[in-house]
Design a protein around this ligand. Structure first.
Ligand SMILES: Cc1ncc(COP(=O)(O)O)c(C=O)c1O
Length: 410
């Protein structure tokens, strides 16, 4: 055994134990795509999906992707520098217009868009200011920027969604420039950033905001343009990053900003320059979903909100703790790892998937099930999920908060 084999074996101890106890919850293998799938032949309703408007499986979206396969195949075998198509540029122009920005650039993933943008924008004259709940792409972009010799920025964190804490950091920063990294909706907690107040504070302190609105696109604002539309602060945030991996039904990163800033990132971001071009079938699928948002955005968004509101009020009246959630993302707090794992297994056996989030994904005591309501869920799906949650929530003491007690071989 090499030292790497030994390290891998030791690091996997917790995962082996979960598998032995048959509660290992990740990498379940779907046999078809969509919110209604099967796992090991059993029909499953997926409540941990980010297909927020339920459009990923729309026949028009699939048809557009099929047509693009005929014209361009599944890949372009090179990076955008030498593999840009008219379809990429047409969609970038449409997205820039729809979101109300001068220019848009499509990355191959949202993760790459954020990492590349942070590394391109930060330098030794910059303080990067991060929310303490920041997504991995923001953390990794920051680590990358901090590791560039001679360019390392100062890195500071503020308390999650706290405008006061953000202001304190901006006042006490050591570098001339500040870039503040905020998410529109936090994906594990389902709470929104107080964006209006944050925009005002940043303006007062000359700080530049980069907003990750991966979970706000298609879900917030009357037309689904995201948290800036909802809070009526469009035009006051210079850079927005979003993704095709949620509402837009595929994969891909969206960068929006002023013309020269986007062009600068286009010629600098290594995650853009040194990774293959976004496949055109994905571009075609996203473009078809953009057609739908342009044609009937307000209807699609309000249907999502109606379903989310129904689920929220029923979960709350049943006594579930949803933490700080005020969106369609509703973490069901179990506050105990075993409770979260047992709930997950029991729900799955009954045909409902809610992935558990446990330490180190969240702090100890904050274990939860990931419950995302989407427009694609039917009333029957939601009735079933709610009934099962109530039944198992009682059985596993999630509702009462009582201790599960020791198990046989604990
Ligand atoms: C807040 C946030 N930002 C960025 C990403 C990355 O997006 P993508 O899936 O396009 O890489 C995600 C996806 O998990 C996310 O939740």
């Amino acid at each position: 055994m090499t030292f790497i084999d030994e390290k891998a074996h030791a690091e996997l101890a917790r995962i082996r134990k979960a598998r032995e106890k048959q509660v290992y919850p990740y990498f379940r293998e779907f046999e078809t795509g969509g919110l209604h799938t099967t796992i090991a032949g059993q029909p499953i309703v997926n409540f941990s999906s980010n297909d927020y408007l339920g459009l990923t499986n729309h026949p028009k979206v699939k048809e557009a992707a099929h047509k693009a396969v005929d014209s361009y195949a599944c890949g372009l075998s090179s990076s955008r520098v030498q593999a840009t198509t008219v379809d990429h540029v047409a969609l970038e122009n449409r997205l820039a217009r729809w979101y109300g920005f001068e220019k848009c650039l499509l990355f191959t993933t949202g993760y790459q868009a954020m990492v590349g943008t942070i590394a391109a924008l930060a330098d030794k004259d910059t303080t990067l200011v991060l929310d303490s709940y920041s997504h991995a792409c923001i953390l990794d972009g920051t680590f990358m920027a901090a590791g560039v010799p001679g360019r390392a920025p100062e890195v500071r964190f503020f308390n999650h969604n706290s405008v006061k804490s953000l202001e304190r950091i901006l006042k006490t920063r050591e570098r001339k420039n500040a870039i503040v990294l905020i998410e529109g909706v936090y994906s594990l907690d389902g709470d929104k950033a107080p964006i209006k107040e944050m925009v005002d504070i940043c303006a007062a302190h000359g700080a530049y905001i980069v907003l990750d609105d991966a979970h706000g696109t298609g879900t917030l604002g009357m037309n689904g343009r995201g948290i800036l539309e909802e809070a009526a602060v469009e035009g006051r945030v210079p850079v927005v990053i979003s993704t095709f991996s949620k509402t837009f039904g595929g994969i891909g990163g969206i960068l929006l900003g002023r013309g020269e800033v986007v062009e600068y990132i286009q010629h600098t971001a290594r995650s853009f320059l040194f990774s293959a071009s976004l496949p055109v079938p994905i571009v075609a699928a996203a473009s078809t979903i953009l057609d739908m948002l342009e044609d009937e955005g307000p209807k699609l968004v309000s249907e999502l909100h109606e379903k989310a509101e129904w689920m929220r009020s029923n979960l709350k009246s049943a006594g579930f703790d949803l933490g700080a959630s005020n969106t369609h993302i509703m973490p069901v707090y179990c506050r105990d790892e075993r409770k979260a794992l047992f709930m997950h297994v029991a729900l799955l056996e009954s045909g409902v998937l809610m992935v558990p989030i446990t330490y180190p994904g969240v702090k100890l005591g904050e274990e939860r099930l990931r419950l995302n309501v989407t427009r694609g869920h039917t009333q029957q799906d939601m009735d079933k999920a709610l009934d099962l949650l109530k039944m198992y929530g009682e059985a596993f003491f999630v509702l009462s908060g009582e201790d599960l007690g020791p198990l046989e071989d604990d």
